[in-house]
Design a protein. Structure first.
Length: 295
């Protein structure tokens, strides 16, 4: 249901630290023009833990209206509380999103059975397409292939964003679920390897600045042009590395500001890059000739 290049959208803030909804509309227009396949507001890259419910709902509404039904909006609705995840998913559905990104609950570290029940409760109470988001480096819990296989039996659990960086695990998921669940790369640097073991696309941070290149790589692989896909993988490597030299989304928002997108600062506890890393980021953007041409 969801495949190709899906951008994990940053949340822009104005000079007072408020959500800049006008800038969000500009960013959505940028992705419409560049051919991005779908868009995720209020994910990790969107600094979701620092957004309150009303901000998230207004962001969902703003993105859905700006997208004009021309690309799917997958709303980041999940958190560590199943009841709250249900509430936010239902509201996103009513606003007009095409699906919801629901993260494995963080901090409370549920068992595999708890994870299974969490996602089943959300999908059964909302009857809405869900993308499971597995990112154990941030949540402290890893959803295992056997659990994913159980969840994939539900027709409304349509995809998994896999950010475990474990190719063996991702390969096993595909072996177990086949085409009943779309596997999406959650690591920009591993998108091509993940495609090679059954992936159908990527939820990309890098696509915030070069969506056309990420899209071209995924499309080349899907078309069987593996040589071109590998060329683009190598072309993207330098960007993918530098955009993760500090905690996401610090480098990507900094890069966007350097490029002229003007997406503002961060909300604490995130803060500006160190001077050394900023210099490195600026140098790489210069090498890629990515300066001053933002939305």
């Amino acid at each position: 249901m969801f495949s190709g290049t899906i951008v994990a959208l940053v949340t822009p803030f104005d000079k007072n630290g408020n959500v800049d909804y006008g800038k969000i509309r500009e960013l959505v227009q940028f992705h419409l023009e560049k051919g991005t396949d779908a868009i995720i507001p209020c994910g990790t890259t969107g600094e979701s833990p620092t957004l309150d419910d009303q901000e998230k709902l207004k962001i969902f509404e703003t993105v859905c209206k700006a997208a004009q039904n021309k690309l799917p909006v997958i709303a980041g609705t999940g958190n560590y509380d199943t009841r709250h995840s249900i509430e936010m998913t239902q509201l996103a559905k009513e606003i007009g999103a095409a699906g919801a990104l629901v993260i494995t609950p963080y901090y409370n570290k549920p068992t595999q059975e708890g994870l299974f029940r969490h996602f089943m409760e959300v999908v059964e109470k909302t009857n809405f397409p869900l993308v499971i988001y597995n990112v154990p480096g941030r949540t402290g819990v890893n959803i295992l292939p056997a659990t994913v296989e159980r969840l994939a039996e539900h027709p409304k659990i349509v995809a998994i964003k896999e950010a475990s960086a474990n190719l063996g695990q991702i390969s096993e998921i595909h072996k177990r679920v086949g085409e009943s669940l779309d596997i999406l790369s959650g690591d920009d640097g591993l998108t091509l390897p993940i495609l090679s073991v059954g992936g159908k696309g990527v939820v990309s941070v890098t696509a915030n600045i070069v969506p056309h290149k990420v899209k071209e790589m995924v499309a080349a692989f899907s078309a069987g042009d593996f040589r071109r896909a590998l060329e683009l993988h190598h072309w993207l490597e330098g960007l993918n590395r530098v955009l993760f030299i500090e905690t996401n989304p610090i480098p990507i928002k900094t890069a966007m500001n350097l490029m002229g997108f003007n997406v503002g600062d961060f909300r604490l506890p995130l803060c500006e890059m160190s001077a050394d890393n900023l210099q490195q980021l600026s140098a790489v953007l210069g090498e890629y000739q990515l300066t001053g041409d933002g939305a």
